[in-house]
Ligand binder design. Structure first.
Ligand code: 5GP
Ligand code: MN
Length: 333
């Protein structure tokens, strides 16, 4: 845990007027929820603030308050460079290595403004000037709540900010069922509910938005593509681009599917390998208990994340990646 004092955060925010918030490549619910919660909060402090993301995010997050103002680096490189140059404070949320924002990392490396890291992933890099980092937090949204309250902003947390925070808390905890959930998480939820934010509406906005094809894809993956690893309690999916196209794939359509094999008795590790439009194999790992997929992803698949949920990438073929995984899987047990 590395947390600078609330006084430091209060002061640096107070003297900054041009704030840029950014988050990791392929933003998820926690990435967008934390970014837009902080965005809406800083707007209330009358700051000039922009949210910049490396690439597009799934449609099920586009109802989040402030979504219309988000700038995508891949589509607006020049604009983003200008904003970062003009910024007097930069927040990097839900990641801790500039590699995680791909080309946007090069822009941030050149930034003059101090950087604040707010994150809950393992092994943070040292690129920031201020840290609010805690691997025990269930989500970056939990940390943003703590930070806002810590600097005296609790009264400004309204329904909109609460909905953003609830989104990240909900998505990063598998709807409040992972071991990362603590009494603190529930105390935060209780505070968020007091704003009048309706959890059922957030849940529905995020999870009841699938297309017909997306549900068919889930059925296909479960019935045709789920494989068990020989001799160890691990399961995986390997999905080609062609298969995704067949189901009219949209960003986010495979989110959460990696976890399904956990409902098979005894399974301790799940993996998903997906051919991505970026030209490499995108990998997701999930584990139970002490099995450390962060370490596994860092050592073998150019990635990282949390002990029980990590990601990575592979530049060899899909079949070769699967063979590499099934060969190495025994080292996890
Ligand atoms: P997911 O499998 O949902 O994409 O990611 C699981 C967790 O690992 C998330 O917390 C995500 O931020 C992190 N993660 C995903 N891909 C990478 C990666 O390539 N590198 C690192 N360091 N972390 C990743
Ligand atoms: Mn997160």
């Amino acid at each position: 845990m590395q947390k600078d004092s609330f006084l430091k955060f209060k002061n640096v925010i107070k003297k900054s007027n041009n704030i840029v918030i950014t988050t990791h490549f392929s933003p998820d619910g926690d990435a967008m929820g934390s970014s837009l919660a902080l965005y809406n909060y800083l707007l209330k402090l009358k700051k000039k603030v922009k949210v910049v993301v490396p690439n597009a995010y799934p449609e099920f997050l586009d109802w989040l308050p402030g979504n219309n103002q988000v700038i995508i680096h891949q589509k607006n490189e020049a604009k983003v460079e200008k904003l970062v140059k003009a910024a007097d404070l930069i927040f990097t949320l839900d990641f801790n290595s500039l590699k995680r924002i791909e080309k946007l990392g090069l822009v941030l490396e050149k930034a003059i403004a101090p950087i604040v890291m707010v994150d809950h992933h393992q092994q943070p890099d040292k690129y920031a000037s201020y840290y609010f980092h805690d691997v025990a937090a269930c989500s970056t949204c939990e940390l943003i709540f703590e930070l806002i309250v810590g600097i005296g902003g609790k009264a400004l947390i309204d329904k909109k900010i609460a909905a953003c925070l609830y989104t990240g808390l909900m998505t990063d905890t598998g709807s409040f069922r992972y071991p990362s959930v603590t009494s603190k998480t529930h105390l935060i939820l209780s505070e968020l509910l007091k704003t009048g934010m309706v959890p059922a509406d957030v849940h529905s906005a995020v999870y009841d938005t699938y297309s017909y094809e997306r549900l068919k894809l889930l059925g296909y993956l479960l019935s045709e593509k789920m494989e068990l690893v020989k001799d160890v309690p691990a399961a995986y999916f390997a999905i080609s681009e062609k298969e995704l196209q067949k189901f009219n794939y949209k960003k986010g359509d495979t989110e959460g599917i990696v976890n399904y094999p956990f409902s098979i008795k005894g399974i301790k590790v799940c993996a998903m390998f997906t051919e991505s439009e970026e030209g490499y194999i995108k990998i997701s790992f999930r584990s139970k208990g002490k099995i450390d997929v962060n370490k596994f992803a860092r050592e073998h698949f150019n990635g990282g994340g949390h002990i029980n949920a990590a990601g990575g990438r592979s530049d060899i073929t899909l079949a070769e990646t699967v063979t590499k995984f099934t060969t190495l899987a025994k080292t996890l047990f």
